[in-house]
Design a protein. Structure first.
Length: 106
């Protein structure tokens, strides 16, 4: 298992594949599979059985996407960037966008 620099709640950009250029929020990260689920990206249609709390039918939901196919979104201009770590003057360790140097929230 690797230490991933993409976390739940991050804004990301798809950099390759059928959804290239789409932006979305990370809903779930699966480090053991090296995949993430991004809101509104890699949509698939699935047949679902009706249960007590869910309606049945054909539903559309997000499928996992390979971590290498997404990049963090730069908070300054919205373009893809890599993440780095640095320590602030008050001693906190934060992630920052290597493209602009902006601190990434989260």
């Amino acid at each position: 298992m690797r230490n991933l620099k993409i976390k739940k709640g991050d804004q990301v950009v798809v950099i390759t594949g059928k959804d290239k250029g789409k932006h979305g929020e990370v809903l779930k990260v699966m480090p053991s599979e090296n995949r993430a689920i991004v809101k509104g990206v890699s949509m698939v249609r699935r047949h679902q059985r009706q249960t007590a709390n869910q309606e049945g039918g054909i539903i559309t939901k997000e499928a996992p996407i390979e971590i290498s196919n997404i990049a963090l979104e730069d908070p300054k201009d919205g373009k893809p960037t890599r993440a780095g770590y640095k320590f602030l003057k008050d001693g906190r360790k934060v992630r920052f966008a290597r493209r602009s140097g902006e601190v990434i929230d989260g």
